[in-house]
Every structure is written in C-alpha cells, then in structure tokens.
Design a protein around this ligand. Structure first.
Ligand code: MG
Ligand code: MG
Length: 259
C-alpha cells in the first residue's frame, strides 16, 4: 500500500520539479552540433548547485554524473562523455535534483539540428505517449491503465516500448513504489490514489524493443542500434485529472531552443 503525499510534501516536490524543468531548458539552450555531452552535464550541475540544490544522480549507486545523457541508440543511463553531438543526432537528457529533502526527476529528448522525418516522428510520438499516460493517472485507476495508454498509442505508430525499465513513485527517495510500466493491461497493477506523486517516463524504440546493457553496467542500448527516445514528467494523481508538477514549457516556450 503506497501512502499518498501530504500537500506540504507535494509543495516540496513541486519546487524540485520546477528546478529540473528549468535545468532541462538550460541544457536545451546548449544542445547543438559540436557540443560534447560533458559540456551539457556541466551546464546542469552548475545550474542545480547555483539554485541551492544537489544533482541527485551524481553518486547514485555510483553513477558518475549529474545527468544521464543518452544519444541515439542509447535508451537510458548514458554517461556524459567527450562525444561531440552532430547534426541529426537525438540526445535524451534525464535530470534529478535533491532539494529540501525531496527529489525532482524529469527527462527530455532533444533533436540536434535538423533530424530526419522518422526521427522527428519518434520524438513526437514518445512525448505524446507520455501525455496519454498522464491522462490515465487519475484516482481509482491502476498502473496498468497508464501503461496500456502509453503502449497502445506507441505501437499504433509501429514503434516499440522498452519493458525492462519503468516510471516510479517520487518523494524523499528517487525511486519509490509503485513502479509505472509503459505497457500493461487496463484495470491491472497497483491502485492509484489522490496525492500519489509519480514519474511517468516512456522509453520508446524506433525499431524492436530488444535492449542490452553496456559493459559499464549502466548504459542501455537498443539491440538493433536504431534510435530510442525518452520523456519523463512528474505528476500528482488527482480525482478526474492529474496535476503536472514538472513541465516542458521552459523548453518549448523558449525562442532559443529548437525542440
Ligand atoms: Mg529520470
Ligand atoms: Mg525517473
């Protein structure tokens, strides 16, 4: 049984969600051909610390950076590196904060310069599937309703859902119960109730759903080496309609960012 958050806790989670949302926009302003993924990490770490928070991913189970940065066929948990972004790449940026004892966690996949039409479609469909999931995150539903909404939408475009990783509850811990799979059956899974704070984060492959783990034990790649996209938002389960805590508005309303 997952205990819903109090409204006081939700306000602290909202502060974190706002900070990760703004951090992702700072990173988005920097994404361009010729930039290394380590440079993106630096932007985020500086911005998070300047705002009095801690980058929660750094040191988490030994993770070496503030951001997970996953380029092209990397699904999630990529290490920032000296890789130089090039025109046509996509780069998933996953960001976590720890502030006032609570966590923030959201992700956005940015195109680098111009991307081909199929890649653009992968980005659009993955993001839209996240909003389909959010629509199902209402009191009385179950986690399977969210997963079903995401999966049904994604598969209708011929893309596939990564099943080995999933969304989660969020609070004092970065990963709390319940798990929120991106596939499932309506009416199955854990019950959702008013005040639960969850992260929904579809990881969607352009090709097959098969993945493998890199030898560093972190980076996840698509088995067919086709591209994968990842978007994540934090929401509060409410009656009738979920309340979004994090937002992509700072990215999508910034005239400097091409998304
Ligand atoms: Mg995340
Ligand atoms: Mg997450």
């Amino acid at each position: 049984m997952v205990k819903p958050k109090t409204e006081e806790e939700i306000e602290l989670l909202r502060e974190n969600a706002l900070l990760v949302s703004k951090t992702l926009a700072e990173v988005g302003k920097t994404v361009a051909p010729g930039v290394t993924t380590l440079a993106l990490n630096k932007v985020a770490e500086t911005f998070i610390r300047d705002n009095g928070a801690i980058p929660s991913f750094l040191g988490y189970d030994g993770f070496p950076a503030a951001l997970c940065i996953s380029v092209n066929d990397t699904v999630v948990h990529g290490f920032p590196s000296d890789y130089v972004l090039k025109e046509g790449d996509i780069v998933s940026v996953d960001c976590g904060t720890l502030y006032k004892g609570y966590n923030g966690d959201s992700a956005y996949t940015f195109p680098v310069g111009e991307v081909d039409a199929e890649t653009r479609r992968l980005l659009d469909v993955t993001k839209a599937s996240l909003y389909k999931g959010i629509e199902a995150a209402v009191d009385g539903n179950r986690t399977g309703d969210i997963g079903y909404a995401v999966q049904r939408y994604v598969e209708s475009f011929g893309f596939s859902v990564v099943r080995e990783f999933e969304g989660h509850g969020l609070g004092r811990e970065m990963h709390e119960n319940p798990g929120i799979p991106n596939y499932g059956r309506p009416g199955k899974g854990s019950k959702l109730s008013e005040g639960m704070v969850i992260c929904i984060e579809p990881m969607i492959n352009m090709g097959g759903r098969g993945i493998y783990m890199a030898r560093n034990g972190w980076e996840v790649h698509t088995a067919d080496h086709r591209k994968s996209a990842h978007f994540e938002l934090t929401v509060v389960v409410r009656r009738g309609k979920a309340e979004q805590l994090s937002t992509f508005d700072f990215i999508e309303k910034d005239p400097m960012i091409k998304f």
